[in-house]
Design a protein around this ligand. Sequence first.
Ligand code: ZN
Length: 275
Amino acid sequence: MKKVTSIVSIFVILILSFQHVSSSPFLYASQVHVESSGGRNVKQEQEHAQEVRCSRERSRAARKVIEEYLTPFVEREKYKLSSKCQLHPENDIFGDQEEHKLFIDRHEWRCGYCKKSFRAEKFLDQHFDNRHYNLLNLSHGKCLADLCGALHCDAAMNFKSSRSKCNPAASARNRYLCESLADNCFPISEGPSAGRLHELFLHQFCDAHTCSGKHKPFSRGGKDQSSFLRLAAGALILVLLPVFYLFLYLIQSDVKGQTQELRRISKAGWKTKPS
Ligand SMILES: [Zn+2]
């Protein structure tokens, strides 16, 4: 029986350690982890912004927020965003260029249009600005970076310290922009899945536009978190399964041992009875 109690204690320790991992700050860190922008050429960005009036870097931040904290839910509902919705990939001026970025390794980025290689992403960005300017998707004239206020790009990318002072007027403006995005992209009149996504959008992005600090952005979680949890659950099952079988085996052998002992006692009892 000692063996059995030791196995039970292993079980308890494993479960407790899993709970510790899931509540650790690592989860949040993995949520907000983004590749560092690494001293992007600000001058180039400004020159470019004058021509296009849309920041490539902030558009990228907005796209990452959408892919991380909205797309998984939209896909789960099998909902099709209308092209009128500003969150639709078609409305990203830089969308096509970003799709033509080939990441080879940490020190090599390749242009998908002309196959030229670059040491860093920022050089490829400059190359796009200089050589493939004609391939910018200007037809819609929508700038994804304009949505950064509503989508909490700064919080997601750690651009600014979260302790920076909250401006009530800016919060109200962002909330209005956020709610109009929810109305345009997920009109409640379109059916139950649009209604569910409308509500999710408000919780995920709009509720946090207040200075009360009561609501955090991305309260419904994102892609990283769910994949991490799935990974952790898979690992836990892999660890626990053999322990469970060992546990069963020990119980069985324990029961067998006890019945053998009972048999021996009863046999001894039968033998002593006649005398
Ligand atoms: Zn090129």
